[in-house]
Design a protein around this ligand. Structure first.
Ligand code: DOR
Ligand code: ZN
Length: 349
């Protein structure tokens, strides 16, 4: 990192958890990510989901061809497969051999947006998980139980005890990314877990606590899953992200939805942050007095965990206030980005 008070220059970051969607929607949001990040782990929860290596290869080709000419060659999509009850061990072998699939995503069925095709019982995936362990294919986990008897704010904590801990014991060689962690319990879990367990942390979970869902009325654009938690948990995430611990790294979970799907009687989960993602992380680290640890979190820990090379080019942020747009295009629709209409303090140079 090479800083003056008003300019930060550091290794180009990667986004280790991103929703790009498909078609025209993807075409309109992709540049926000590509201007900032060199690579991104692309979530497979399309409708229908990406469940085979062949589908992942086709999706990857669509992403690359959606890049605007001036950004062509500047971005590498790291693909994932969506784990289902019927994903076969052979599919994992194909995924590993392809060289383009970097992880298999576990959505407990019904846990979040487009998760209905997800896993109903992890015990059904035994042989597939064994193959992943054997081939060192990481499991990327949406860590929430779906048991309706469990309070929505406790779903992550209960998932650790009911699902994650037994899973790690059952597969002692499996590499796991606990995605978008939101609680102190998840932070402590990762800190005390073996080296094969890491976690991504979003910008919105670092910036907001659950009051943001209700400030001045119901705020659908602050609704995501796992849902925002108490301030105590935000503090724990902030501490983890800025601690320098190598198994916490950047994953935005930027998840675009059209305005009408968010501002609805049944508003869907997802916060769009790709338009200012690295700027938001810089702001958070600065407020914590930890800008010196920003680069490792955004640009080193992720590739190190995935066993990929660190990026060699650099980006710069300058200290200049700019207004975040009120709306962003999403194909033929619009979306409301995080902190719409407000000012960001760091600007991409
Ligand atoms: O808020 C969320 N939105 N959480 C997820 O896990 C999925 C995502 C989406 O795809 O919209
Ligand atoms: Zn996600």
């Amino acid at each position: 990192m090479n800083d003056t008070a008003d300019k930060l220059t550091f290794t180009r970051p990667d986004d280790w958890h991103l929703h790009l969607r498909d078609g025209n929607a993807m075409r309109s949001v992709l540049p926000d990510t590509v201007r900032r990040f060199a690579r991104a782990i692309i979530m497979p929860n399309l409708k229908p989901p990406i469940v085979t290596t062949e589908q992942a290869a086709a999706y990857r080709a669509r992403i690359l061809s959606a890049l605007p000419a001036e950004l062509a060659g500047r971005f590498e999509p790291l693909m994932t497969l969506y784990l289902t009850d019927t994903t076969s061990p052979e599919e994992i072998t194909r995924a590993r051999a392809s060289g383009i699939v970097q992880g298999i995503k576990l959505y407990p069925a019904g846990a979040t947006t487009h998760s209905d095709a997800g896993v109903t019982d992890i015990a059904r995936c035994e042989a597939t998980l064994e193959k992943m362990e054997e081939l060192d294919m990481p499991l990327l986990v949406h860590g929430e139980v779906v048991d309706p008897a469990v309070d929505v704010f406790d779903r992550e904590k209960i998932f650790i005890d009911r699902v994650l801990t037994p899973l790690l014991q059952r597969f002692p060689g499996l590499r796991v990314v606990f995605e978008h962690i939101t609680t102190r319990e998840a932070v402590e879990f990762v800190q005390t877990a073996p080296n094969r367990i890491a976690a991504t942390i979003t910008a919105h979970h670092l910036m907001l606590n659950r009051n943001a869902l209700f400030t001045g009325g119901l705020q659908p654009h602050h609704y995501c899953l796992p849902v925002l938690k108490r301030e105590m948990h935000r503090q724990a995430l902030l501490e983890a992200a800025t601690s320098g611990h190598s198994r916490f790294f950047l994953g935005t979970d930027s998840a675009p939805h059209p305005v009408r799907d968010k501002e609805s009687a049944c508003g869907c989960a997802g916060i769009y942050s790709a338009h200012a993602a690295i700027e938001f992380y810089a702001e958070v680290f600065e407020q914590a007095g930890r800008l010196d640890r920003l680069e490792a979190f955004t640009s080193f820990h992720g590739p190190d965990f995935y066993g990929l090379p660190r990026n060699t080019d650099r980006i710069s942020l300058i200290r200049e206030s700019w207004q975040i747009p009120e709306q962003v295009e999403l194909g033929e629709e619009k979306l409301i980005p995080l902190r719409a209409g407000e000012h960001a303090r760091w600007k991409l140079a």
